[in-house]
Design a protein. Structure first.
Length: 358
């Protein structure tokens, strides 16, 4: 490599708790393709120290679909856009408690560590909270799975209700840098999002907060995002890759280059050595044949698709984890081998068809 810091030295410093310099982050994002394996190896050194060869599966449940009043330019669930095709155009009521519990049973059967209930809203109504909290209590009583909610902006009282119902983690992404945020969202600010993450933590929940690569941001924005998340000290960082939806302002944007996607994951790992780092939405379409390589920097994935789009089935993901020599981590940290045959019949929600792994 043509830099003054080798990738292995970057890994050593990351493990020692040193935050990579902006210059080093740039070097990672612009590394030549010949360095990809060495870079992944360095990122894996960091990941292995904190996470071994463990991979956790997370399952999303779109509990309330569409007609969101916010205008996030990447999102097909905004009422401000005219999403087409497989994108939802009208608001569905929040799912029932029974439907949410049934989703958790599917996630548990897929051997997921975590089940995340998501609503397309600016923030949760009192009725939404009633349903999500009751579902959380029932799921907790019935099965061993960790629970996350992603319900938009919180208040202190709403955060307290969720925490006391057994929601142990709250997701609210910063999405991109503070500088670039106004280019894609106008109905709330980046600071509003930071505030909600802080409220979730203050209520005793762990925090899941990440972003999207490929919105039109530059490398500095991506580095700003990674560093801002480090400063916020979040517990989990989902890194999504834009899968531009028809009818949204970002429709037609190209997928992120797969080599760049891997370098972005490595950069996030060096900045977040201990964090639960997830290769999230857009994984299948962006990485294609390189998906398994994302397990070297990242230690978790979503399985069975995303909020409005399909993804790899649980069977395909178990197969990838097993074939790459990793193992599953369940709720509570227990590990076991991935087992594609055991999850082959777990149903995928109807509106999220499975995509092949490659
Ligand atoms: S707040 Fe969430 S659901 Fe609403 S438009 Fe933004 S990303 Fe989509």
């Amino acid at each position: 490599m043509s830099t003054d810091v080798s990738w292995s030295e970057l890994a050593r410093r990351s493990l020692a708790g040193e935050i990579p310099s902006r210059a080093d982050c740039h070097r990672v994002l612009t590394a030549p393709v010949e360095d990809t394996l060495a870079l992944l190896d360095a990122a894996f050194t960091v990941r292995r120290h904190h996470w071994g060869r463990r991979v956790s599966l997370h399952v999303l449940e779109n509990a309330k679909l569409g007609a969101c009043p916010e205008d996030c330019g990447f999102c097909s669930q905004s009422s401000k856009h005219h999403a087409e095709g497989d994108s939802p155009s009208g608001e569905a009521p929040i799912e029932t408690v029974e439907e949410l519990v049934a989703g958790a049973r599917r996630a548990h059967a897929a051997r997921a560590k975590r089940y995340c209930m998501v609503t397309a809203t600016r923030g949760p109504s009192s009725r939404d909270l009633d349903v999500v909290c009751e579902a959380a209590r029932r799921i907790r009583a019935e099965m061993d799975i960790e629970l996350c909610a992603s319900l938009g902006l919180l208040t202190e009282a709403k955060a307290a209700r969720l925490a006391s119902a057994g929601i142990d983690r709250f997701n609210h992404n910063l999405e991109t840098s503070e500088r670039f945020y106004g280019e894609v969202v106008s109905t709330h600010t980046w600071r509003d999002r930071v505030h909600t993450v802080q409220l979730a933590r203050d209520a005793g929940m762990s925090t899941c907060c990440g972003g999207i690569v490929g919105l039109g941001e530059d490398d500095d924005d991506l580095i700003d995002l990674a560093l801002a998340l480090r400063e916020l000290d979040v517990d989990s960082v989902p890194v999504n890759f834009l899968d531009a939806r028809p009818g949204t302002p970002l429709a037609g944007r190209d997928l992120v280059d797969p080599q760049y996607a891997l370098r972005a994951l490595c950069m996030f790992r060096f900045v977040h050595p201990r964090t639960d780092l997830r290769v999230a939405g857009g994984r299948e379409l962006t990485l294609r044949a390189l998906q398994a390589m994302a397990l070297y920097p990242a230690n978790s994935i979503f399985t069975q698709g995303y909020l409005t789009t399909g993804g790899a089935s649980a069977r395909a993901d178990h197969e990838m984890i097993r074939d790459a020599g990793f193992e599953l981590e369940l709720a509570g940290g227990e590990t076991l081998p991935a087992d594609p045959d055991a999850v082959a019949t777990v149903p995928t929600p109807a509106r999220r068809p499975s995509l092949p792994v490659v």
